[in-house]
Design a protein around this ligand. Sequence first.
Ligand code: URP
Ligand code: ZN
Ligand code: ZN
Length: 466
Amino acid sequence: MAWLEMPLLIKNGRVITAEKDFYADIYIEKEIIAAIGDKLDFTADKIIDAAGKYVIPGGIDVHTHLDMPYGKIKSSDDFESGTIAAAFGGTTSIIDYATQTRGTRIESALEQWHKKAEGKACVDYGFHMIVTDLSTGGIDSLDTMLNEGVTSFKLFTAYPNSLMVDDETILQVLRFSKEKGALVCVHAEDGIKIEELIKRNLAEGKKEPIYHTLSRPAVTEANAVEHVINLSQKAGAPVYIVHLSSDAGLQKIIEARNRGAHVYAETCPQYLSLSLEDMNKPGFENAKYVFTPPLREKFNLEKLWGGIRNNFIQTIATDHCPFNFKNEKELGLNDFSKIPNGAPGIETRMHLIYDKGVNSGKISLNKWIDLTSTSPAKIFGLYPRKGTIALGSDADIVIWDPEKEFVISAETDHMNVDYSLYEGEKIIGNAEAVISRGEIIIDKNRFTGRKGRGIYLRRDRFSLDS
Ligand code: URP
Ligand code: ZN
Ligand code: ZN
């Protein structure tokens, strides 16, 4: 019998979903949750005793950049190392951003991303498509994406020299998405204003990493969020703002939702736990915090947690885009604008939100699951196959030890990068076992899965009732 057909029984656990909290046994057969109930008496090849543990749906990280080209280098985790690290952190599905290079066809970007992931990914994966140029295949290519299960597109209002698109392109993709049931995700920063500030700072000799941050003030996020929401309302289409970092941006979302706009927002652990105050390191070390949007003043953290509690922010993803400090971040030693933008995080998302959210009383256990698994699955066309513990759902389950203590360190984590944003941080709560489609892939801090076992997820189209 192949491993995936081997029945598995999880006994005595406390099952937490986005809506429920109850004690039950779970029986898994052929990759699927086949029974949930009290004192289940099935014969299984393996029995896990989850007494004292939480039994939760596998995490879903809907914002990653694995094996992503950046000039002459690439993000340092590929689909193998990145998905193994994800699994250690209790994440069993990711949605990575395939990226169209200007002047090339969208279809060829999808082909490239399939090649990057196939035979390597250790958890299940889907793709969004970053659209940078409609002149090569136009709307027909977007249609092809939908048929391939790529049901969300990302557009940038930042990075004028590489990824930014104009309003006409944004409107075209929004109108297409409204008609066909796709979702437009936007990296919302005012790229033109930021470019001006970067040039001014460099001209004044301000070249240290902190000037990356100071060239991208919160108002540039707020203005872009407002602008993009206005475009989405003009097109009558929903829009999803990725990696929201500031209270100023959040206020634009609150105003828009209060007037009935269909706007969704994602934030990331770094914006909920770090601030400008962390950028006080000696020498060039602040380059570790160079990502976009940048860190904000400390008061923003509580505001974002408030936005989460009041349902103005629906998801927490990582924007995992790691570059090594040595040699890679160091490309910008003499010029902050040359520091590769991005930071690692795929492994620590569930931990940080559990510890800083649940343990500190900011959110409930159900909300933790909703933000990190259920809402991502609903918004991105994976529900109820993923994102919950229910009869017939994929058996993507984490046995979470709420009392296990550990200290985050780049030495011991599994991301292929030489630093951690959270070095030395003590966390209470850890994944004891991680099950992906019925297979135990993490067993007491040991990877027991296989390279290439992850499957491609063809996602359903977006619907407002999802
Ligand atoms: O700095 C970041 N976030 N790099 C990844 C690309 C993006 O903007 O999401
Ligand atoms: Zn972005
Ligand atoms: Zn990103």
